[in-house]
Design a protein around this ligand. Structure first.
Ligand code: ATP
Length: 231
């Protein structure tokens, strides 16, 4: 479970997050939508412990800055950040060592699933943008986290990888994992979401459960943001 309570983050004069609260229970997929600059990535960076903020965030009941929380969290950042001089396989080994977990074959399965297994000896700097994104997803999943945050996970992925990722969303949800996805590609999550949070100017303007009302996610987005921008 992911709990965000009264989170506020200000950059100089910009209130990037203004008193945000949300809860994502086990086995649910929440989507975070909003125009450019609405504050989605800031909230995600606060959740992942990469920014200082005021308020409280907990991962499965543990404060997000604690070691316990970090063990339980997986994060796919907006921009893949791979190590230039580690091979694909070494990235997964690095994650396993950091989390002190044995190789149970999950890494190989993920690499095969994302068509990276034959690239396992390639260096990070030799990967295309899409391959880096796929590796970033594998790295976020290899330690089997209980809460996973995806920031624009589909960007740069080919159709086959998008299909694999969508199947993974369903699988991890069925395994009881908590998922938060921030995306502009509304179509890509239309079939999976349980709760939608639409952010505008640093605040959650609309929160809606799937099945409440007849509006599609896209219609909800446009009605919440009115003009489709955060002007
Ligand atoms: P996008 O959809 O374009 O990725 P977003 O919803 O993720 O946008 P954020 O990146 O969280 O939005 O930005 C929220 C606000 O905070 C914006 O006004 C942005 O200009 C500002 N902001 C973000 N990062 C910084 C920073 N490092 N320093 C100053 N202001 C920042």
């Amino acid at each position: 479970m992911l709990t965000v309570k009264n989170v506020t983050k200000k950059y100089d004069k910009v209130w990037a997050n203004n008193n945000i609260s949300l809860t994502v229970p086990d086995g649910e997929i929440a989507v975070l939508l909003g125009p450019n600059g609405a504050g989605k990535s800031t909230l995600i960076k606060c959740i992942c412990g990469l920014l200082r903020f005021s308020g409280e965030i907990s991962i499965c009941g543990f404060d997000n800055k604690s070691l316990e929380a970090k063990r339980l969290l997986g994060y796919v950042p907006e921009m893949p950040a791979v190590y230039d001089l580690l091979t694909v396989e070494e990235h997964l080994e690095f994650i396993r060592r950091s989390y002190k977990i044995a190789d149970d074959g999950t890494g190989e399965k993920l690499l095969r699933r994302f068509e990276l297994y034959d690239k396992k000896d390639k260096l990070g700097k030799e990967l295309s943008k899409g391959m880096q994104q796929k590796l970033s997803i594998c790295c976020a999943l290899v330690h089997k986290p209980e809460v996973i945050i995806f920031d624009e996970p589909m960007v740069g992925l080919d159709p086959y990888a998008i299909k694999q990722l969508k199947e993974i969303f369903t699988q991890i949800k069925n395994d009881g994992v908590t998922v938060l996805i921030s995306t502009h590609m509304i179509d890509s999550v239309e079939d999976y979401w349980d709760t939608a949070y639409i952010m505008v100017k640093g605040e959650v303007k609309v929160q809606k459960k799937n099945g409440e009302g007849n509006e599609s996610l896209e219609e909800l987005f446009f009605s919440a943001t009115e003009t489709g921008s955060d002007k």
